[in-house]
Design a protein around this ligand. Sequence first.
Ligand code: CMP
Length: 143
Amino acid sequence: MEQTFIMIKPDGVQRGLVGEIISRFEKKGFHLKGLKLINVERSFAEKHYADLSAKPFFNGLVEYIISGPVVAMIWEGKNVVTTGRKIIGATNPADSAPGTIRGDFAIDIGRNVIHGSDSVESARKEIALWFPECPVNWLSSLR
Ligand code: CMP
């Protein structure tokens, strides 16, 4: 079954949006397979966003992600990568539709509350990075 990696960013945790966000994924019908509240090191945040290292906003993005605890999660279900991105909304909250998480709770692209894997391949890599203690086969067998 398909899995995706979802991270509630420091602003989402600080603003008390964890329950609301989990609820939206649960009500849609997806299954929560892993969850942890953690503070990540700078080098770990740089690894997670390595594909963006040449972007002018990279340093600010890393500072943001290490500014407070994040909630890292694995969600599972049919088409969860694509549908999860729809639940989250467009990267820039200025373009996110009302009813999406970013559309309802964010204004600034640099404080956009949540991250979701953009492909099945990214999900596989991100789950392996954030949940090294959980073999994928073991996670898929949980129900
Ligand atoms: P995320 O879904 O975590 O994927 C990459 C992140 O980079 C994105 O959400 C934003 O938080 C951030 N990002 C993308 N574009 C910009 C930008 N122009 N300025 C600041 N941050 C950005």
